[in-house]
Unconditional design. Structure first.
Length: 414
């Protein structure tokens, strides 16, 4: 089977999540992604916890299907290695602060002289230009400045960050999208170009629907009351605690006779749909929260699993709030193959998140476990024409890492 990006080569300078998760998308679909890292220690994401046998699980999550090449890119000989690789590569990706790639000698103007078809992709906190160009970019800051945090949480509480690094991950997907679009454009123009994405733009676009209303009508989107889903969504779009202390997300406002169905499922008498006290109340309006105590009390009569069964029988969407240790036992998650396993050279068997996008004929595949530091040094350099003697010399003078020599007692050059 030929994968969609088989034959595409990427030189990957990215680190942590925004960059590596994005480049991993192309790696999963066949691209040869060569991860350039610092000798011995690798990229800074390798230090993240939790770790097993000295290997970061967060790093593993973002770097499958890649190869690792360790260089001291400050040395002229290492720069020449990169320049040689650029001649036969399609993409150079990085997420350093703006200006770092240029200072290293790997800016777009320099590299496009070597390869006019090169796509130079950069992810950053705020953008490559502008007043915030040199600020430190980070997920929490992007959520704060991009409006996402102000919309998250409860009305009587503070603005709240999401439960994970959502700007990093969504930023990674937009980074990948930009690279993919640039590859498509190159098919028509035969020219490379610069691809930019940023965490700030990512956070802003995550609420593009609300933005349209704010920009056009001046609409406000205050955080919802306790337990509410989104601003303006009402008590039928909310989260409730069940008898067993577990929680259930109620989405009853987008089905026919939502009030009646919820009342039947939770044995609310009289039915909220027929109770004259609630006639004419817009379930999306703040006034609708008058029924919230009734619904909250009704949920307390049943366990979460009982609610799930009752809702299913009433034609209401299931909404169990699953803890992460429950998630991967869920039958739909299992059916969707959202867990894959790889044999890691240092750790052994490791479980990773599966592929979220499914293609019928050319699906993503797990071909390589996340690499150890410098695992493919000799392999990669040989592919670019370096002889065994040349590689040994580069290792002896500290241009190329000797991690395989340390691990195996010898450099594996044939």
């Amino acid at each position: 089977m030929t994968l969609p990006y088989e034959g595409i080569r990427m030189i990957d300078f990215t680190q942590l999540e925004q960059g590596p998760s994005g480049t991993q998308v192309l790696a999963d679909f066949g691209a040869d992604v060569i991860k350039v890292e610092r000798m011995d220690v690798g990229e800074i994401g390798r230090k993240q916890v939790p770790q097993v046998h000295g290997e970061s699980l967060f790093f593993m999550a973002n770097n499958r299907n890649k190869r690792s090449l360790t260089l001291d890119v400050r040395k002229p000989e290492a720069k020449q290695i990169i320049y040689r690789m650029v001649k036969d590569s399609d993409i150079v990706a990085s997420n350093f602060r703006p200006g770092v790639m240029e200072r290293l000698g790997f800016g777009y103007d320099k590299l496009k002289e070597i390869n006019p078809r090169l796509i130079w992709a950069v992810a950053s906190g705020y953008g490559q230009t502008g007043p915030y160009r040199d600020r430190i970019g980070q997920d929490l800051l992007a959520q704060a400045m991009g409006g996402l945090m102000a919309m998250t949480g409860e009305r009587d509480g503070p603005p709240t960050a999401t439960g994970t690094w959502i700007a990093d991950y969504l930023g990674a997907m937009l980074f990948a999208q930009g690279i993919i679009v640039a590859l498509a454009a190159r098919e028509k123009t035969n020219q490379g170009q610069v691809v930019e994405s940023s965490l700030l733009n990512t956070a802003i676009v995550s609420h593009l629907q609300e933005n349209a209303a704010v920009l056009t009508l001046g609409t406000e989107f205050p955080r919802p009351p306790h337990g509410g889903g989104h601003a303006g969504s009402g008590p039928l779009y909310s989260v409730y605690e069940c008898k067993d202390g577990k929680h259930f997300a109620l989405m009853g406002g987008l089905v026919d006779d939502g009030l009646g169905r919820v009342s039947k499922a939770l044995e609310i008498e009289p039915s909220l749909a027929e109770d004259p006290r609630y006639k004419g109340v817009d379930m999306r309006d703040d006034d609708a929260w008058i029924i919230e105590p009734v619904i909250r009390s009704a949920f307390k009569k049943f366990t979460r699993d009982e609610v799930e069964q009752r809702f299913s029988e009433s034609g209401l969407p299931p909404g169990s709030v699953l803890e992460l240790n429950e998630l991967f036992q869920n039958p739909q998650v299992v059916h969707n193959d959202m867990v894959v396993e790889a044999e890691h050279p240092a750790y052994g068997r490791v479980k990773l998140t599966g592929f979220p996008v499914k293609l019928s004929d050319t699906p993503a595949t797990l071909r390589k476990a996340p690499p150890t530091v410098g695992e493919q040094n000799e392999e990669v350099l040989q592919e670019f024409g370096y002889s065994a003697d040349e590689i040994r010399t580069l290792q002896e003078v500290g241009v190329v890492g000797s991690e395989n020599l340390t691990r195996a007692g010898k450099v594996t050059v044939q």
